[in-house]
Design a protein around this ligand. Structure first.
Ligand SMILES: [Zn+2]
Length: 233
C-alpha cells in the first residue's frame, strides 16, 4: 500500500514498502531507480538531529561516519569521509556529487524519501524531499556534513491516479510525534484501530493549525483520516 507523509509503519512495513528484506543503513543513495532513502533516528547524544528550519519544510540531516568495520579508531573522532580508502565514494560522497550536479544545473535535485524512527519498531514517513545543499560543520571535534533537504511540492511520486492525493503540510518534529504516539497509546483516537495509523493535524496548517505542539496533532486510522480529508475538500 502506498504510504503518505506522516503515516505510521512498523519496521517490516517500511522495508516492504521499499521492496527490501532489511534496511540497515541510514543513507541509501538511489535505493530505488527514482529516489534515495534516508532513515532518521534520534540518537540521545545528538542535539542537532532532526533539525527543522523555521520555514517548516526544510530539514538538516547529518552525514555518516567512517565505517567501524576493520577500523580501530573512534569514528566519532574522525572527519566524515567522502571516499573510502579504495577511492569509491561513500554515501556522503554520492549525496554531495548529486548536490553539486544539481547546483551546477546538470541535473534535477535528487528526490529523497525520508523515514523517521519514532520509537523502537515505530516509524513514520516524513515525506519526499529534494536534496538541495550541504555544508561542512565543525562539531567541536571534527568536520561533519549536514545535508539540506526541502519538502518536495509533490508528495505523490508513487501514487497512481485512482488514489487520493493528500496535500502535504508542514513537518511535524519527531519529538512531537513520539509524544503524540505515547499519549494516544498507538491507537486511532476515534475508533481505537491500531493499524494503518497516521499523524493528523486536527486543525490543518492551511487553517492556522500548527505542527509544533502535541495539542494539534493526533492519531487517526486510515479510514478516519480519509473521511476527514473528504470533509475538508
Ligand atoms: Zn479510526
Amino acid at each position: 500500500m502506498t504510504k503518505i507523509q506522516d503515516d505510521i509503519l512498523s519496521y517490516r512495513e517500511m522495508c516492504d514498502s521499499e521492496n527490501k528484506q532489511t534496511l540497515q543503513r541510514g543513507m541509501n543513495f538511489r535505493l530505488n531507480p527514482s529516489y534515495s532513502v534516508i532513515l532518521m533516528s534520534q540518537r540521545s547524544n545528538a542535539p542537532y538531529k532532526d533539525k527543522i528550519y523555521d520555514d517548516g519544510i526544510t530539514i538538516e540531516y547529518e552525514g555518516h561516519d567512517i565505517s567501524r568495520k576493520g577500523y580501530n579508531h573512534n569514528p566519532k573522532a574522525e572527519d566524515q569521509p567522502v571516499k573510502l580508502p579504495s577511492g569509491k565514494l561513500t554515501q556522503n560522497g554520492l549525496f554531495i556529487k548529486s548536490i553539486n550536479s544539481y547546483k551546477s544545473g546538470i541535473s534535477k535535485s535528487e528526490i529523497v524519501k525520508v523515514y523517521e524512527k519514532i520509537m523502537d519498531g515505530v516509524w513514520s514517513l516524513k515525506g519526499y524531499f529534494e536534496l538541495i545543499d550541504y555544508k561542512i560543520v565543525d562539531d567541536g571535534k571534527r568536520n561533519v556534513f549536514r545535508f539540506i533537504l526541502r519538502l518536495s511540492s509533490s508528495q505523490d511520486i508513487n501514487l497512481t491516479n485512482d488514489e487520493i492525493i493528500i496535500q502535504h503540510t508542514r513537518l511535524i518534529p519527531s519529538e512531537v510525534k513520539k509524544e503524540v504516539f505515547k499519549r494516544d497509546r498507538g491507537r486511532c483516537v476515534i475508533c481505537g484501530e491500531i493499524k494503518n495509523l497516521h499523524f493528523d493535524h486536527e486543525l490543518p496548517f492551511s487553517k492556522g493549525g500548527t505542527s509544533l505542539t502535541t495539542k494539534n496533532v493526533r492519531l487517526l486510522c486510515m479510514k478516519h483520516n480519509l473521511e476527514k480529508s473528504a470533509k475538508i475538500e
